[in-house]
Design a protein around this ligand. Structure first.
Ligand SMILES: NC(=O)c1ccc[n+]([C@@H]2O[C@H](COP(=O)([O-])OP(=O)(O)OC[C@H]3O[C@@H](n4cnc5c(N)ncnc54)[C@H](O)[C@@H]3O)[C@@H](O)[C@H]2O)c1
Length: 368
């Protein structure tokens, strides 16, 4: 088992990464976060498999609620129903919430933990690659909020309500990835590639050299992949818990991604939207003179190699996506703030020329 530490003073915690370590969840949880009751928030797709195994590690006597991991369920209504189930189960402020599933379950379960009786101990048990390397680390929890348009329709704005709530421990068992389908595995790789783009070329090389082993679910390779990628995220979070500085770099590609992810007709998973967002970001960086065309080709190559999309499945209008970028919560004074790749990593830019943005969107298939 490998252990990566997120160093946040008294809120520090370990991320344990290994194979078949779910069986040890009870011992790990009790040693770092003893609690009077363990309440599980479970992703429906892992309820009969990994969640069952995790609960057996507590002797099988656990209260739980399960949820379908779809973005339209990532809402306050779901959080309220978790609170109600916790009350029904007799949870109090000495209880502990264990979120087991993908990033969506971790975000919603984490927000329920942050708010139930003003905050309970949280344990994150990520079962998707994306959640292992990204969502379970760093304490961001939250839900989507509807954004109403003038025509009366609404779309779900990503993660617009939430809080920082650090887990007590993260337990990532790569055996759970055996049941994750390839499309979801690729989505996790999008975040790994994003981490590599922040100045970690050796991580990029590792992905290129081990692509087949990753898709074959080779457990040693997966443990190494998750350890390397989680270490990058944990280091950034350790230096900037509340995103006042360098943590914003982890949003590379995400301001673009958040504009297209809610468009139902595109049918994009989060990691796929991030992949297209990374291409748009690197193209925007080229248009701004930050990187050369060769670097753009390299990034397109690695994303394509693992089977991630590098352009939109359907054209969307540039104005519509620019409009959505303008309401991203990371903006300041209505100006689009964007993380762009540079030769040595990435930087936050607080005012981006809209011509470069339009060019970036055109490069992934958006049209005027
Ligand atoms: N908090 C953060 O810092 C952070 C960072 C990145 C993403 N996120 C959020 O995480 C979510 C995306 O996470 P995700 O990609 O894990 O999506 P997800 O939670 O929607 O899971 C993807 C799918 O995989 C299924 N699944 C999960 N583990 C499985 C397993 N082991 N076997 C079979 N199926 C499994 C889920 O049921 C779901 O159908 C988004 O809501 C995103 O906003 C949060």
């Amino acid at each position: 088992m490998n252990t990566v530490t997120t160093s946040l003073g008294e809120n520090s915690y370990d991320i344990h990464i290994g194979c078949n370590i779910l069986q040890e969840l009870g011992v790990i949880a009790t040693s770092v976060a003893p609690a009077s009751k363990h309440f599980f928030v479970v992703d429906k797709n892992v309820e009969e498999t990994h969640a069952k195994e995790a609960m057996q590690a507590f002797g099988g006597q656990c209260e739980m609620v399960s949820l379908e991991a779809i973005e339209s369920n990532k809402t306050m209504a779901t959080v309220e129903s978790i609170w109600s189930s916790m009350l029904d189960a007799g949870c109090d402020r000495h209880s502990e919430l264990i979120a087991i599933g993908g990033g969506l379950t971790g975000d919603v379960g984490g927000f329920a933990a942050a708010t139930f009786m003003r905050g309970l101990q949280l344990i994150q048990v990520p079962t998707s690659l994306l959640a292992m390397v990204d969502a379970s680390i760093g304490g961001k929890t939250g839900v989507n909020l509807p954004i109403r348009s003038e025509d009366g329709t609404s779309i779900l704005g990503k993660n617009l309500a939430g809080s920082f709530w650090q887990p007590k421990v993260v337990v990532a068992d790569v055996m759970t990835l055996q049941t994750l389908d390839d499309r979801q595995l690729r989505c996790g790789l999008a975040e790994c590639i994003k981490h590599a783009m922040l100045g970690h070329q050796s991580m990029m090389d590792f992905i290129l050299e081990n692509t087949s082993a990753i898709f074959d679910r080779d457990s040693d390779v997966l443990v190494e992949l998750v350890t390397k990628s989680a270490s990058i995220k944990a280091k950034v979070v350790s230096q900037d818990e509340r995103e006042h500085g360098d943590r914003a770099l982890l949003n590379l590609g995400h301001t673009f991604a958040h504009a297209i992810e809610p468009m139902g007709e595109l049918d994009l998973y989060h990691g796929e939207a991030v992949s297209i967002g990374l291409v748009a970001a690197i193209t925007c960086a080229e248009a701004t003179g930050l990187v050369d065309a060769e670097r753009v080709d390299q990034i397109r190559h690695v994303l394509s190699m693992v089977g991630l999309p590098v352009s939109l499945p359907l054209p969307v209008s540039i104005e519509s996506v620019l409009q959505l970028m303008r309401i991203d919560k990371k903006n300041k004074d209505s100006k689009i703030r964007l993380v762009l790749p540079t030769d040595s990593g990435a930087e936050v830019f607080s005012e981006i020329d809209e011509t470069a943005l339009a060019l970036a969107w055109t490069s992934v298939g958006a049209s005027a």
